[in-house]
Design a protein around this ligand. Sequence first.
Ligand SMILES: Cc1ncc(COP(=O)(O)O)c(C=O)c1O
Length: 308
Amino acid sequence: MKPLSKIWFNGKFINWKEAKIHILTHALHYGTAIFEGMRCYETVHGPAIFRMREHYTRFLNGVKAYQFKLDYNVEELIKITEKLIVKNKVKSCYIRPICYMASERLGLGMVENDKFGLAIMALDFGRYFGSKTGKGITCSVSSWKRISSTTLSPHVKASANYLNSVLARFEATNSGFDETIMLSEEGHVSEGSAENIFIVQDGEIITPPLYDGILAGVTRDSIMAIAKEEGYIVKEKSILRDELYTADEVFLCGTAAEIIPVISIDKRKVGKGKGAGPITKEITDSFRTIVSGKDERFGKWLDYIKYK
Ligand SMILES: Cc1ncc(COP(=O)(O)O)c(C=O)c1O
């Protein structure tokens, strides 16, 4: 990953190489961190961050649910992030805010004077699935179940959750698949290692509900809104494993992955087994038009960076 110039780190902009933490930092030992991932797109009107407000709302909801201490509101975080883009002089990038338990100590319980840190970094980040982006990816169904809400909250983008994703993803890539799809403890389709999932069946667009262990994805929400605007029936309902194998189209979505067609699952072809199906393609085209700043109907989703 190519380093950029500045990282916002605990109250100020510092040089990329100086953004460091101590080896005893609580978050490193116990996964006590909550983060976000969003994208700044190069649009026809200049750089713009996609649905930043929704990302920071999810972030602060996680901070509240897990009783982390952070003295910033959404508006303040937005202002810092806009400055970060200006300082790094980038047209497009991935943005990673992280709030972490910064106390340098062993021991699990949170205590009154525990310290929390906040960093926001801009990263030079291209396509998550590289050259497979337009062509589609192969998936397995993971032997690892998605964390259940009685263990950790799947709705909070907490670092601890991602060991579940890492295990699942590694199992898949080790067996020659590009990505994997996890099931919930109940056997319902949940999501990819870092993406939500949609299937298309008989012209209807279906995605698992929030209670099947998914992260409430901002891209997922955007796709549901786009598809409804285009006149499709969109359903949030539980999906069983065999429905993946017989779906007309399947695609994954997320900030990093954007929209990626799935061409096979457990070696069964999805549709013709080549590229995006017609509905996936239509939604992907609409999404790209929106993030290029060319669709006024969804203009409110873009926060334009003002260079003074
Ligand atoms: C586990 C998981 N599910 C779903 C998503 C998609 O969420 P979003 O569209 O908000 O990036 C992500 C990516 O952040 C993720 O890590």
